[in-house]
Design a protein around this ligand. Structure first.
Ligand SMILES: [Zn+2]
Length: 252
């Protein structure tokens, strides 16, 4: 699989996934029509599939315009009523074939109740929407810290080299917060320095990898003694630690 990442709206990422053998091309979420059409024109790829992670407007804004008779739209069954135009409804454990490859579906509630994440095990790609960000996680609009912990744990359990595509470029602000939530983490300090350089140069910090997040993401690391201690909660459950990390990030 080939991927093409592009910026759109204020801080969203869009990504196209292309299988050269079959010619099939998927857009993971469709933040806005014009940006997706430009990405298709830039690559010369023809849209055949749209995978939707969740119902927020900055992820489905281009859906009505981009959906056509030759485009299959896959999205969360739980959000059927909130996302018009879904052709294939998916939930936990489902898989869809795209470009001859299996795409596995995880339900990852927390940011929204219906959020799903798509994993392509053969290509080692995961599309996490607004669940997992580089050194961050989505705000808990429709779920509990326990929901988010369970969701992040599903992604964290994937092979460490898996590339993680997420919905936004929030990495620098996430990294600046993360060093306060995990202050003794040398890998995290090094990553902050690297992200500062990349951001100053206008280079995307996405995709990340599962392994990098296990090493540096304070939400994924809510089960470590280091993050629990930094929250002043030694011995607390990861759900409780994540709740505190999230609360502090919300007002950072
Ligand atoms: Zn969202």
């Amino acid at each position: 699989m080939e991927t093409h990442l592009f910026r759109c709206l204020s801080d969203n990422y869009g990504v196209l996934v292309h299988d050269p053998d079959s010619g099939e091309t998927a857009s993971i979420d469709v933040p806005e029509e014009a940006a997706v059409r430009k990405a298709l024109a830039d690559t010369g790829w023809t849209l055949t599939h749209i995978f939707i992670t969740h119902h927020h407007a900055d992820h489905i804004g281009g859906l009505a315009a981009l959906k056509g008779p030759d485009v299959t739209v896959i999205g969360p069954r739980k959000d059927e009523a909130r996302i018009p135009g879904l052709d294939i409804l998916v939930h936990e454990g489902d898989s869809v074939v795209f470009g001859g490859e299996r795409v596995m579906v995880f339900e990852t509630p927390g940011h929204t109740s219906g959020h799903v994440t798509y994993w392509m095990p053969e290509s080692g790609l995961v599309f996490a929407g607004d669940t997992l960000f580089a050194m961050g996680c989505g705000r808990l609009f429709e779920g509990t810290p326990a929901d988010m912990w369970a969701s992040l744990s599903k992604i964290a359990a994937l092979p460490p080299q898996t590339k993680v595509f997420c919905g936004h470029e929030y990495t620098l602000s996430n990294a600046r917060f993360a060093v306060t939530a995990d202050p003794t983490n040398a890998a995290l300090k090094a990553r902050l320095a690297e992200v500062e350089k990349k951001t100053a140069a206008g280079i995307p910090t996405v995709p990340t990898t599962v392994g990098e997040e296990l090493a540096t993401n304070p939400f994924v690391r809510a089960n470590t003694p280091e993050v629990a201690a930094a929250m002043g909660m030694p011995g607390a459950s990861p759900e409780k630690v994540l709740a505190e990390v999230r609360a502090r990030k919300d007002s950072f």
